[in-house]
Design a protein around this ligand. Structure first.
Ligand SMILES: [Fe+2]
Ligand SMILES: [Fe+2]
Length: 287
């Protein structure tokens, strides 16, 4: 009976202990939720966060808020709602400049990341170390793609520069990179280039989840696109009228209106090994 009791004791992970004081494995668990689109997406995410927490016991929750404000960018008020709902950090994308008052907020909050390969002269930063409640440090970075998107600096070169400052198992416990890009091949090539140096490289921006979640040969978790959190019954979270009008007439100026129906949450769960900082598990999530 005594031995049995010992076994039970040793199997239990002391998750409240900080790294350095812990003899047991302390894998880092991350949940990333794809582009939140408008009110329907916001409400569903905020209502469902405690359910996802119970299911996946994350140490870090990262939410992409690039379309959270009526489909275009984010506002400080919306960002605060996600932080109050226990988000550890927010990432953005090509719509980061859409809402005027959000630009100043990018410098106020130390838990928001905008694309790293936009000019250094613009507000905000493209990478931040987020201190987690369990004492671990998570580096979060975001880059935008260049294929079928605006002309920006090379995402590869910007990430290489970043990795001269941060190294897994050295000064950060895990590195999460969001590649906010249109082209699948660009995302795959970038992920393979950094395989083994980054814990997880997850795509966003297309709003459509891809069925290719995997751990690459050198240990980087990868999915070409995580999908979105919003009304999936239309066209990438928006009502169908404007996209169809544009199909008929490319000069159509009918405004895109976000869908108002029941939202679906698309996300991904990643677990990284405490010793290497590399991925041991990736699971796509739908709620
Ligand atoms: Fe985007
Ligand atoms: Fe988006």
């Amino acid at each position: 009976m005594y031995m049995h009791g010992c076994v039970v004791l040793f199997l239990k992970k002391p998750r409240s202990l900080k790294r350095g004081f812990c003899l047991w494995e302390l894998n880092l668990k991350i949940v990333y939720l794809g582009d939140v689109v408008a009110r329907s997406g916001r409400e569903k995410v905020i209502q469902t966060i405690s359910v996802i927490k119970n299911d996946w016991h994350w140490d870090a929750l990262i939410v992409n808020v690039d379309n959270a404000a009526h489909g275009f960018g984010c506002t400080p008020k919306i960002a605060r709602q996600f932080f109050e709902a226990r988000a550890s950090a927010l990432v953005t994308g090509d719509h980061v400049w859409d809402q005027k008052d959000f630009t100043a907020y990018l410098n106020e909050s130390n838990r928001i990341v905008r694309p790293l390969n936009y000019s250094d002269n613009l507000a905000g930063v493209g990478a931040r170390v987020i201190p987690l409640d369990n004492g671990q440090k998570l580096l979060i970075a975001e880059v935008v793609g260049r294929v079928f998107m605006a002309e920006v600096a090379s995402p590869l070169e910007k990430l290489e520069q970043l990795l001269t400052q941060y190294k897994l198992t050295d000064n950060v416990d895990a590195i999460f990179v969001d590649i906010h890009a249109e082209a699948t091949a660009e995302k795959q090539a970038l992920a393979h280039y950094f395989d083994g140096k980054i814990s997880a490289i997850i795509g966003s921006h297309t709003h459509i989840p891809t069925a290719d979640a995997m751990i690459l040969p050198q240990g980087t978790a990868y999915q070409t696109d995580v999908g979105m959190c919003g009304d999936c019954s239309g066209v990438i979270g928006f009502k169908t009228a404007a996209p169809i009008a544009r199909l008929k007439n490319p000069a159509s100026n009918l405004r895109l209106e976000p869908g108002e129906g029941q939202a679906t949450i698309h996300g991904v769960f990643i677990e990284t090994d405490d010793k290497s900082g590399l991925a041991v598990k990736i699971v796509p999530l739908t709620y």
